[in-house]
Design a binder for this molecule. Structure first.
Ligand code: SAH
Length: 325
Protein backbone atom coordinates (compact mmCIF):
# COMPACT_ATOMS: atom_id res chain seq x y z
CA UNK A 1 0.00 0.00 0.00
CA UNK A 2 1.38 3.44 -0.92
CA UNK A 3 1.81 6.02 1.91
CA UNK A 4 -0.89 8.18 0.31
CA UNK A 5 -3.31 5.24 0.08
CA UNK A 6 -2.91 4.67 3.83
CA UNK A 7 -3.60 8.37 4.49
CA UNK A 8 -6.64 8.38 2.15
CA UNK A 9 -8.11 5.26 3.77
CA UNK A 10 -7.72 6.81 7.23
CA UNK A 11 -9.34 10.00 5.94
CA UNK A 12 -12.28 8.10 4.40
CA UNK A 13 -12.76 5.99 7.53
CA UNK A 14 -12.96 9.11 9.69
CA UNK A 15 -14.70 11.61 7.31
CA UNK A 16 -16.65 9.31 5.01
CA UNK A 17 -16.21 8.90 1.23
CA UNK A 18 -14.27 11.68 -0.52
CA UNK A 19 -15.19 13.23 -3.87
CA UNK A 20 -13.38 12.21 -7.07
CA UNK A 21 -12.16 15.82 -7.12
CA UNK A 22 -10.60 15.55 -3.65
CA UNK A 23 -9.07 12.17 -4.56
CA UNK A 24 -7.55 13.47 -7.81
CA UNK A 25 -6.21 16.62 -6.12
CA UNK A 26 -4.59 14.63 -3.27
CA UNK A 27 -3.05 12.08 -5.68
CA UNK A 28 -1.58 14.65 -8.07
CA UNK A 29 -0.26 16.92 -5.30
CA UNK A 30 1.62 13.97 -3.86
CA UNK A 31 2.67 12.62 -7.26
CA UNK A 32 4.19 15.85 -8.60
CA UNK A 33 5.72 16.85 -5.26
CA UNK A 34 7.72 13.63 -5.05
CA UNK A 35 9.16 13.06 -8.54
CA UNK A 36 10.02 14.20 -12.05
CA UNK A 37 7.48 12.08 -13.98
CA UNK A 38 8.64 13.03 -17.48
CA UNK A 39 10.66 11.10 -20.04
CA UNK A 40 11.63 7.53 -20.81
CA UNK A 41 12.42 6.63 -17.19
CA UNK A 42 9.24 8.29 -15.89
CA UNK A 43 5.55 7.79 -16.61
CA UNK A 44 4.86 9.96 -19.67
CA UNK A 45 6.48 12.12 -22.35
CA UNK A 46 5.16 15.53 -23.38
CA UNK A 47 5.49 17.47 -26.66
CA UNK A 48 8.41 19.70 -25.54
CA UNK A 49 10.32 16.58 -24.41
CA UNK A 50 9.81 14.97 -27.85
CA UNK A 51 11.48 17.77 -29.80
CA UNK A 52 12.92 21.26 -29.45
CA UNK A 53 10.68 22.20 -32.42
CA UNK A 54 7.61 22.39 -30.17
CA UNK A 55 9.03 25.04 -27.83
CA UNK A 56 10.68 26.90 -30.70
CA UNK A 57 7.39 27.27 -32.58
CA UNK A 58 5.64 28.37 -29.37
CA UNK A 59 8.41 30.97 -28.90
CA UNK A 60 8.06 32.17 -32.51
CA UNK A 61 4.28 32.42 -32.11
CA UNK A 62 4.59 34.49 -28.91
CA UNK A 63 7.36 36.75 -30.26
CA UNK A 64 5.26 37.45 -33.36
CA UNK A 65 2.20 38.28 -31.23
CA UNK A 66 4.30 40.61 -29.02
CA UNK A 67 5.67 42.41 -32.09
CA UNK A 68 2.22 42.89 -33.60
CA UNK A 69 1.05 44.24 -30.21
CA UNK A 70 3.64 47.04 -30.55
CA UNK A 71 6.49 45.42 -28.54
CA UNK A 72 5.40 46.47 -25.04
CA UNK A 73 8.73 46.56 -23.10
CA UNK A 74 7.24 45.37 -19.79
CA UNK A 75 5.68 42.16 -21.20
CA UNK A 76 6.53 38.99 -19.24
CA UNK A 77 6.69 35.29 -20.17
CA UNK A 78 4.54 33.09 -17.96
CA UNK A 79 4.30 29.32 -17.95
CA UNK A 80 1.88 27.20 -15.93
CA UNK A 81 3.26 23.80 -14.86
CA UNK A 82 6.54 24.09 -16.83
CA UNK A 83 7.69 20.48 -16.17
CA UNK A 84 11.45 20.33 -16.70
CA UNK A 85 11.57 23.85 -18.17
CA UNK A 86 12.33 22.48 -21.63
CA UNK A 87 9.52 24.29 -23.44
CA UNK A 88 10.48 27.61 -21.78
CA UNK A 89 14.18 27.21 -22.64
CA UNK A 90 13.41 26.45 -26.31
CA UNK A 91 10.81 29.23 -26.57
CA UNK A 92 13.04 31.84 -24.87
CA UNK A 93 15.92 31.08 -27.25
CA UNK A 94 13.70 31.99 -30.21
CA UNK A 95 12.10 35.00 -28.47
CA UNK A 96 15.50 36.44 -27.53
CA UNK A 97 16.70 36.01 -31.11
CA UNK A 98 13.68 38.14 -32.07
CA UNK A 99 14.86 40.76 -29.51
CA UNK A 100 12.13 39.95 -27.03
CA UNK A 101 13.80 39.13 -23.71
CA UNK A 102 10.99 38.98 -21.15
CA UNK A 103 11.18 38.34 -17.40
CA UNK A 104 10.18 34.72 -16.77
CA UNK A 105 7.48 33.74 -14.25
CA UNK A 106 6.59 30.11 -13.54
CA UNK A 107 3.50 28.87 -11.70
CA UNK A 108 4.66 25.55 -10.25
CA UNK A 109 3.96 23.78 -6.98
CA UNK A 110 6.42 20.86 -7.20
CA UNK A 111 9.79 21.46 -5.45
CA UNK A 112 11.38 18.67 -7.51
CA UNK A 113 10.30 20.21 -10.82
CA UNK A 114 11.19 23.74 -9.66
CA UNK A 115 14.77 22.51 -9.30
CA UNK A 116 14.82 21.17 -12.87
CA UNK A 117 13.26 24.42 -14.11
CA UNK A 118 15.91 26.50 -12.33
CA UNK A 119 18.64 24.56 -14.14
CA UNK A 120 16.93 24.99 -17.53
CA UNK A 121 15.94 28.66 -17.12
CA UNK A 122 18.29 30.66 -14.87
CA UNK A 123 16.65 33.77 -13.41
CA UNK A 124 13.07 32.51 -13.44
CA UNK A 125 10.69 33.61 -10.65
CA UNK A 126 8.25 31.08 -9.14
CA UNK A 127 4.68 31.40 -7.94
CA UNK A 128 2.35 28.95 -6.20
CA UNK A 129 -0.72 30.58 -7.72
CA UNK A 130 -1.77 32.46 -10.86
CA UNK A 131 -3.10 35.23 -8.60
CA UNK A 132 0.40 36.17 -7.38
CA UNK A 133 1.75 36.91 -10.89
CA UNK A 134 2.76 40.57 -11.37
CA UNK A 135 0.36 42.96 -12.99
CA UNK A 136 1.91 43.26 -16.50
CA UNK A 137 1.12 42.32 -20.09
CA UNK A 138 1.90 38.61 -20.40
CA UNK A 139 2.62 35.96 -22.98
CA UNK A 140 1.52 32.74 -21.30
CA UNK A 141 1.86 29.05 -22.15
CA UNK A 142 0.18 26.06 -20.50
CA UNK A 143 1.02 22.69 -22.08
CA UNK A 144 -0.58 19.68 -20.40
CA UNK A 145 -1.37 21.76 -17.32
CA UNK A 146 -5.19 21.90 -17.28
CA UNK A 147 -5.49 18.11 -17.68
CA UNK A 148 -3.78 17.66 -14.29
CA UNK A 149 -6.28 19.86 -12.43
CA UNK A 150 -9.02 17.91 -10.64
CA UNK A 151 -12.47 17.12 -12.05
CA UNK A 152 -15.76 16.45 -10.29
CA UNK A 153 -17.87 13.54 -11.54
CA UNK A 154 -21.64 13.14 -11.26
CA UNK A 155 -23.83 10.08 -11.86
CA UNK A 156 -27.54 10.86 -12.24
CA UNK A 157 -27.08 14.09 -10.34
CA UNK A 158 -25.19 12.57 -7.41
CA UNK A 159 -21.50 13.36 -6.95
CA UNK A 160 -19.27 10.32 -7.43
CA UNK A 161 -17.02 9.54 -4.48
CA UNK A 162 -14.19 7.24 -3.51
CA UNK A 163 -14.78 4.95 -0.59
CA UNK A 164 -13.15 1.99 1.17
CA UNK A 165 -14.73 -1.31 0.21
CA UNK A 166 -13.57 -4.91 0.64
CA UNK A 167 -10.27 -3.62 1.96
CA UNK A 168 -9.46 -1.48 -1.12
CA UNK A 169 -10.48 1.85 -2.60
CA UNK A 170 -13.62 1.81 -4.78
CA UNK A 171 -15.99 4.26 -6.46
CA UNK A 172 -19.29 4.58 -4.61
CA UNK A 173 -21.36 4.58 -7.84
CA UNK A 174 -21.12 3.87 -11.57
CA UNK A 175 -23.26 4.86 -14.53
CA UNK A 176 -23.26 7.63 -17.12
CA UNK A 177 -20.80 10.22 -15.89
CA UNK A 178 -20.86 14.00 -16.28
CA UNK A 179 -17.57 15.78 -15.51
CA UNK A 180 -17.01 19.38 -14.49
CA UNK A 181 -13.84 21.09 -13.33
CA UNK A 182 -14.23 24.13 -11.10
CA UNK A 183 -10.40 24.26 -10.65
CA UNK A 184 -9.88 24.56 -14.39
CA UNK A 185 -12.67 27.08 -14.81
CA UNK A 186 -11.05 29.12 -12.05
CA UNK A 187 -7.54 28.90 -13.57
CA UNK A 188 -8.83 29.91 -17.02
CA UNK A 189 -10.89 32.72 -15.55
CA UNK A 190 -7.87 34.06 -13.60
CA UNK A 191 -5.72 34.04 -16.76
CA UNK A 192 -8.43 35.63 -18.90
CA UNK A 193 -9.17 38.39 -16.35
CA UNK A 194 -5.48 39.31 -16.20
CA UNK A 195 -5.23 39.36 -20.00
CA UNK A 196 -8.32 41.54 -20.23
CA UNK A 197 -6.98 43.95 -17.59
CA UNK A 198 -3.25 44.15 -18.48
CA UNK A 199 -3.01 42.85 -22.06
CA UNK A 200 -1.35 39.82 -23.56
CA UNK A 201 -2.09 36.40 -24.97
CA UNK A 202 -2.09 32.80 -23.75
CA UNK A 203 -1.59 29.49 -25.55
CA UNK A 204 -3.34 26.49 -24.00
CA UNK A 205 -2.36 23.10 -25.44
CA UNK A 206 -3.87 19.93 -24.06
CA UNK A 207 -5.85 16.85 -24.94
CA UNK A 208 -9.57 17.07 -24.79
CA UNK A 209 -12.79 17.61 -26.69
CA UNK A 210 -14.24 20.66 -28.44
CA UNK A 211 -17.71 20.32 -26.83
CA UNK A 212 -18.82 19.19 -23.39
CA UNK A 213 -20.33 15.68 -23.49
CA UNK A 214 -21.11 12.95 -20.95
CA UNK A 215 -18.32 10.45 -20.35
CA UNK A 216 -15.67 9.32 -17.90
CA UNK A 217 -12.31 10.70 -19.08
CA UNK A 218 -10.38 10.30 -15.82
CA UNK A 219 -7.35 8.16 -16.53
CA UNK A 220 -4.13 7.01 -14.89
CA UNK A 221 -0.77 6.66 -16.62
CA UNK A 222 1.99 4.59 -15.10
CA UNK A 223 5.27 3.73 -16.86
CA UNK A 224 3.90 4.90 -20.24
CA UNK A 225 0.74 2.75 -20.08
CA UNK A 226 -2.84 3.08 -18.83
CA UNK A 227 -3.55 1.77 -15.33
CA UNK A 228 -6.70 1.51 -13.16
CA UNK A 229 -7.43 4.97 -11.70
CA UNK A 230 -7.63 3.78 -8.07
CA UNK A 231 -4.41 1.75 -8.17
CA UNK A 232 -1.23 3.05 -6.45
CA UNK A 233 -2.63 6.42 -5.25
CA UNK A 234 0.02 9.13 -5.60
CA UNK A 235 2.33 6.93 -7.66
CA UNK A 236 0.70 7.40 -11.07
CA UNK A 237 -0.33 10.40 -13.14
CA UNK A 238 -4.05 11.20 -13.05
CA UNK A 239 -5.50 13.34 -15.84
CA UNK A 240 -8.87 14.09 -17.39
CA UNK A 241 -9.67 15.40 -20.85
CA UNK A 242 -10.11 19.15 -21.11
CA UNK A 243 -13.57 20.38 -22.07
CA UNK A 244 -12.55 23.23 -24.40
CA UNK A 245 -16.13 24.50 -24.61
CA UNK A 246 -15.96 25.17 -20.85
CA UNK A 247 -12.55 26.86 -21.36
CA UNK A 248 -13.95 29.19 -24.06
CA UNK A 249 -16.97 30.01 -21.88
CA UNK A 250 -14.78 30.91 -18.89
CA UNK A 251 -12.66 33.14 -21.16
CA UNK A 252 -15.69 35.05 -22.47
CA UNK A 253 -17.20 35.41 -19.00
CA UNK A 254 -13.94 37.04 -17.87
CA UNK A 255 -13.97 39.59 -20.71
CA UNK A 256 -11.17 38.18 -22.90
CA UNK A 257 -11.34 36.62 -26.37
CA UNK A 258 -10.89 32.94 -27.23
CA UNK A 259 -9.78 31.85 -30.71
CA UNK A 260 -11.09 28.78 -32.44
CA UNK A 261 -9.75 25.41 -31.29
CA UNK A 262 -7.16 23.91 -33.66
CA UNK A 263 -5.75 20.36 -33.65
CA UNK A 264 -2.11 20.45 -32.47
CA UNK A 265 -0.84 18.96 -35.75
CA UNK A 266 -2.51 21.58 -37.90
CA UNK A 267 -1.42 24.39 -35.59
CA UNK A 268 2.25 23.32 -35.69
CA UNK A 269 2.05 22.95 -39.49
CA UNK A 270 0.61 26.47 -39.82
CA UNK A 271 3.48 27.75 -37.64
CA UNK A 272 6.00 26.15 -40.01
CA UNK A 273 7.09 22.86 -38.43
CA UNK A 274 7.84 21.42 -41.90
CA UNK A 275 10.48 24.02 -42.75
CA UNK A 276 11.89 23.97 -39.19
CA UNK A 277 12.35 20.18 -39.30
CA UNK A 278 13.97 20.38 -42.75
CA UNK A 279 16.40 23.05 -41.51
CA UNK A 280 17.30 20.98 -38.44
CA UNK A 281 17.80 17.88 -40.59
CA UNK A 282 20.05 19.76 -43.03
CA UNK A 283 22.16 20.98 -40.10
CA UNK A 284 22.40 17.48 -38.60
CA UNK A 285 22.04 14.93 -41.42
CA UNK A 286 22.80 12.01 -39.08
CA UNK A 287 19.68 12.90 -37.06
CA UNK A 288 17.37 13.47 -40.06
CA UNK A 289 15.21 10.38 -39.44
CA UNK A 290 14.86 11.13 -35.73
CA UNK A 291 13.85 14.75 -36.46
CA UNK A 292 11.27 13.70 -39.03
CA UNK A 293 9.98 11.04 -36.61
CA UNK A 294 9.50 13.70 -33.93
CA UNK A 295 7.64 15.97 -36.37
CA UNK A 296 5.35 13.09 -37.26
CA UNK A 297 4.77 12.17 -33.59
CA UNK A 298 3.73 15.75 -32.82
CA UNK A 299 1.56 16.23 -35.93
CA UNK A 300 0.22 12.92 -37.20
CA UNK A 301 -3.48 12.32 -36.56
CA UNK A 302 -2.66 8.79 -35.37
CA UNK A 303 -0.32 10.16 -32.71
CA UNK A 304 -0.53 13.52 -30.89
CA UNK A 305 -1.71 15.61 -33.86
CA UNK A 306 -5.48 15.34 -33.42
CA UNK A 307 -6.07 14.27 -29.81
CA UNK A 308 -4.08 17.30 -28.61
CA UNK A 309 -5.56 20.68 -29.40
CA UNK A 310 -4.53 24.30 -29.09
CA UNK A 311 -6.59 27.38 -28.27
CA UNK A 312 -5.44 30.93 -27.66
CA UNK A 313 -6.83 33.52 -25.29
CA UNK A 314 -6.09 37.19 -25.79
CA UNK A 315 -7.00 40.62 -24.55
CA UNK A 316 -9.46 42.49 -26.80
CA UNK A 317 -6.64 45.05 -27.36
CA UNK A 318 -4.13 42.40 -28.50
CA UNK A 319 -4.00 40.53 -31.82
CA UNK A 320 -4.76 36.79 -31.87
CA UNK A 321 -1.60 34.63 -31.93
CA UNK A 322 -0.79 33.02 -35.30
CA UNK A 323 -2.07 29.63 -36.37
CA UNK A 324 -5.66 29.92 -35.12
CA UNK A 325 -7.27 31.61 -38.13
N1 SAH B 1 4.19 21.55 -19.25
C1 SAH B 1 5.15 20.50 -19.00
C2 SAH B 1 4.75 19.55 -17.85
C3 SAH B 1 3.37 18.95 -17.88
S1 SAH B 1 3.07 17.95 -16.44
C4 SAH B 1 5.44 19.75 -20.27
O1 SAH B 1 4.71 19.94 -21.23
O2 SAH B 1 6.38 18.95 -20.29
C5 SAH B 1 2.10 19.03 -15.39
C6 SAH B 1 2.87 20.17 -14.76
O3 SAH B 1 1.96 20.95 -13.98
C7 SAH B 1 3.99 19.77 -13.79
O4 SAH B 1 5.02 20.74 -13.90
C8 SAH B 1 3.29 19.84 -12.43
O5 SAH B 1 4.18 19.93 -11.35
C9 SAH B 1 2.43 21.07 -12.62
N2 SAH B 1 1.25 21.15 -11.77
C10 SAH B 1 0.29 20.21 -11.60
N3 SAH B 1 -0.70 20.67 -10.80
C11 SAH B 1 -0.37 21.94 -10.47
C12 SAH B 1 -1.00 22.98 -9.69
N4 SAH B 1 -2.16 22.76 -9.09
N5 SAH B 1 -0.37 24.17 -9.59
C13 SAH B 1 0.80 24.39 -10.22
N6 SAH B 1 1.44 23.46 -10.98
C14 SAH B 1 0.87 22.26 -11.09
Amino acid sequence: MTPLERALRDRILSEGPITVEAFMAACNDYYYATRDPLGASGDFTTAPEISQMFGELVGACLADCWMRAGKPPDAIYVELGPGRGTLAADALRVMRAARFDPAVHFVETSPVLREAQAAAVPGAIWHDEITSLPDAPMLLVANEFLDALPVRQFVEGAERKVTVAAGGLAFDRDGEIIETSPSRDQAVSQIASRLAASGGAALIIDYGHPKGAPGDTLQAIHAHGFAPVLDRPGEQDLTAHVDFEAVANAVRDAGALATSLVPQGRWLERLGIASRSEALARAQPARADEIDGARSRLCSVDEMGALFKAIAIHSPQWPAPAGFE
